[in-house]
Design a protein around this ligand. Sequence first.
Ligand SMILES: [Zn+2]
Ligand SMILES: [Zn+2]
Length: 134
Amino acid sequence: MEARCQCGSLTATIDDGAEPTIILCHCLDCQRRTGSHYGSIAYYPGEAVALVGEAREFTRPTDAGNTFTSGFCPRCGSTVYARASRLPEITGITVGTIGDPAFPRPLRSVYEQSRHHWLTLPDDMGHHPQGRNS
Ligand SMILES: [Zn+2]
Ligand SMILES: [Zn+2]
């Protein structure tokens, strides 16, 4: 499976059979990162992902005192991957760059304290006001 930015110059190849943990995040940082109502990232074991192409990275602090780094195409601006300093062996791939509407749905929805008021999600997924331990 291949994820790619809008212009196609930054790609991520994901091993077939690698099991993602998919998180949907409503935090304001993810809203600004994506320019959309929420961000959604599929987290894979790092060895299952191969990145190809030039990327720039932006790192920000998290509420828990760690850092979150997103990698984006310097040409078209799409964020393709992300890494959290707390889990350095994991690579996140933004769900939108996978370009597959049949992709599995998120396991949990976090930072619902800043969820857009009109947005509803299935009851039978995890719902958290902040991080997964909230
Ligand atoms: Zn691009
Ligand atoms: Zn977030």
